[in-house]
Design a protein around this ligand. Structure first.
Ligand code: IVH
Length: 672
């Protein structure tokens, strides 16, 4: 077993390196996950201590109570900025003057990633600590969270120095930022303003499992304290770090002179939007480390480097109005209505202000001139007010005390950034819930657009998602711009939507904190809605990717009377979600089959029987219904046996059960 553990550790470590650092994947995500699970099982069964660099140790730490401050052994400096090529030329002038240098000057140019700076400490090649930059002198210990970033090696390759402090930037790709924001929106959570905030927010999670679920990336760009010289040039240093298995941006460039630097800056600025991550400029560094040494630093920034900042995709415009929209969860979102302005290729006329705190912090008011930028190059945001000292400004923005749609009370729960309308029947909430229910990740009812939902709710034809299934063609024909053919199609689509996969229905319900990912995990584990409805918090917590916040939210959802009514109504409407199909590699005759246990099983505890069933792809549920596949009955069975007889559910004794399992094994052998 020890050999197997060792081999798996090596294989997974190598796979991580190839996937994340070399960009040459060797395993599919599914294979990786399966092997990782196997490794964790073997490690647990071996009873031996697990070394900190095992791939199984990336997650698994307990949530932290808070963050501990750490002092950097060498301060983490910031950079001086340059905003045009003139200032770049001045930078070289300053260097020449300071050194009295007339020889050529070689530079390294690096994209300036817009994330957050961290320092990783490796001792004897092992990652022992990671800290944020903080104020440059003292940062926060984020070791547990950094360990979840699969691009960051837990152990360095080849011959590492005894002590190595690596510095670099943690960031997230723009598409991941967009995807996560979409999921958060679906799950009724506040969105992040830009990829940088998302990366920073992810690193500052107390629960490393949350950080692990955010695909953070890392590139290193320098070192702090090191116990031995790694190189004599910046370019050589980056190469050496790459050899140690650390991820280095391949878009760096060695430039023999300042003209080459300026060419690079021009190219980067032009192609910045083609990159998968956000950059806000490029960093120019003197290549020769001996020269860097002689140049030294000013108060907070080195003399040997300059951050060339790109022209921001920002424009000034005027706030015509601050409106408040009401979302599916009742959350009130302030939105700035802007005088239309052309920014980076698109016309922007609205910008989200996210929540009240955000508006208050920026003190945005109606009539203000503001700077607007496209963050993540999609959602426009207000950066700042340009004339905050103007005498005739309007009053500071206040959240309405009553819902702008239905007039009900607005509350702000403790610890939440959002203000919410408390009226579950608020037309805005009803409309948004129905839109969400019928949206792509949900039951995917094509042809049921936002305008149509508005009409259905306003005409009183639909008051909740279940009402959709009671609509008739005649109901639809009475609506504006609804022709015979579209009405017929919509009724057909709705009928097909009755049999969508369970995970889609779970997503469609709009349970807070439950997006597509969580819904999939829940559907896989419980198989049928009735089981999920009865699930207890601790069963939910056993699932990958389900933390206490999600678990609580699920339990609360299913115990709320209005939601129980909705589910009963959906059942009455003939909604029959389909049980999940087993994934590739999981095919077996018991996949998707449900078992109920009753009586005493000789030589087998309930937990063991349950494990056998689960390992073969089946599920154990608590109550017999007509959907149950098998009743496993031992000695002294109870009323469940009678019920199974009544409903025609197959009854197995212990022998029959073992035979079924054996068949399943044969089936697997036959398949390959
Ligand atoms: S060098 C003394 N290189 O920019 C060297 N910084 O404005 C200081 N950054 O805190 C850092 N990409 O978070 C350096 N290639 C790069 C960088 C980079 C992004 C960030 C870093 C730093 C900030 C300074």
């Amino acid at each position: 077993m020890n050999e197997k553990i060792k081999a798996l550790r090596e294989e997974l470590t190598e796979a991580n390196y190839r996937y994340y650092t070399l960009d040459q994947p060797t395993l599919s995500d599914h294979e990786y996950d399966r092997k990782l699970r196997r490794l964790m099982e073997l490690e647990a069964a071996s009873g031996l201590p697990v070394p900190p660099d095992s791939p199984s140790q990336r997650v698994g730490a307990q949530p932290a109570e808070g963050f501990v401050s750490v002092r950097h052994s060498l301060p983490m400096l910031s950079l001086e900025n340059g905003f045009d090529f003139y200032e770049v030329r001045e930078f070289e002038e300053r260097i020449r003057r300071f050194l009295g240098w007339t020889e050529p000057l070689v530079y390294v140019c690096e994209p300036k990633l817009d994330g957050l700076a961290v320092e990783l400490i490796y001792e004897q090649g092992l990652l022992t600590r990671a800290a944020t930059r903080g104020d440059g002198t003292t940062g926060e210990d984020v070791t547990h969270n950094i360990r979840t970033v699969r691009q960051i090696p837990l152990r360095l390759r080849s011959a590492p120095p005894e002590v190595l402090a690596v510095r670099g930037e943690v960031f997230i790709d723009v598409v991941q930022f967009q995807r996560l924001n979409r999921e958060r929106e679906e799950a009724g959570e506040q969105t992040y303003a830009n990829p940088r905030n998302l990366a920073a927010g992810s690193l500052r999670q107390l629960d490393p499992a949350i950080t692990a679920s955010r695909p953070l990336r890392f590139f290193c760009y320098g070192v702090g304290e090191v116990s031995q010289t790694l190189a004599h040039t910046q370019h050589g240093l980056l190469e050496a770090l790459g050899m140690l298995g650390l991820p280095v941006n391949h878009r760096i460039k060695l430039c023999p002179d300042l003209e080459a630097v300026i060419d690079f800056l021009r190219e980067m600025e032009e192609s910045r939007h083609d990159l998968e991550y956000e950059i806000d400029g490029a960093v120019i560094k003197v290549d020769d480390l001996a020269l860097q040494d002689r140049l030294g630093q000013k108060a907070r920034a080195p003399r040997w480097a300059l951050a060339y900042k790109f022209k921001a995709v920002q424009e000034a415009t005027t706030v015509q109005e601050i409106m408040v929209s009401v979302g599916r969860t009742g959350a009130l979102t302030p939105v700035a209505i802007l005088e239309p302005v052309f920014i980076g290729g698109v016309t922007v006329s609205r910008a989200s202000l996210h929540n009240f705190d955000e508006v208050a912090r920026k003190d945005v008011r109606k009539g203000d001139r503001v700077l607007v930028q496209r963050a993540g190059d999609v959602i426009p945001e207000v950066v700042q007010v340009l004339d905050p000292d103007r005498e005739d400004r309007s009053e500071p923005f206040a959240m309405p005390r009553t819902c702008p749609v239905c007039g009900s009370e607005v509350v702000r729960l403790e610890g939440e950034s959002a203000h919410r309308c408390v009226n579950l029947a608020c037309p805005a909430i009803v409309k948004e819930s129905i839109r969400h229910f019928a949206a792509k990740g949900g039951l995917d009812v094509e042809g049921l657009g936002p305008k149509l939902v508005d009409q259905l709710v306003e005409q009183g034809l639909v008051n909740d998602p279940a009402d959709l299934f009671f609509l008739t063609k005649e109901d639809l024909l009475g609506l504006e711009r609804m022709a015979e053919k579209s009405a017929r199609n919509l009724i057909q689509t709705l009928d097909a939507a009755r049999r969508r996969p369970l995970e889609r229905l779970i997503t469609a319900l709009g349970i807070r904190h439950v997006g597509e990912v969580q819904a999939r995990a829940l559907a896989k584990r419980f198989g049928i809605l009735e089981e999920l409805m009865m699930a207890e918090e601790k069963q939910l917590l056993d699932l990958d990717g389900i933390g206490s916040q999600v678990a609580q939210s699920v339990v609360t959802f299913f115990s709320t009377p209005a939601n129980k009514d909705l589910l009963a109504k959906l059942e009455k409407a003939g909604v029959e979600p389909q049980a999940p199909e087993p994934e590739e590699g999981e095919v077996s005759s018991l996949a998707g089959k449900s078992f109920v246990l009753t009586g005493t099983l000789e030589g087998l505890t309930r937990a063991e029987a349950k494990a056998l069933i689960q390992r073969a792809g089946g599920r154990v549920i608590s109550a017999v219904s007509k959907k149950t596949d098998y009743l496993l009955a031992g000695e002294n069975p109870g009323s469940k046996l009678t019920k199974a007889g009544e409903l025609g559910v197959a009854v197995l004794d212990l022998e029959g059960f073992h035979r079924l399992l054996a068949e399943k094994n044969n089936g697997e052998n036959n398949n390959g």
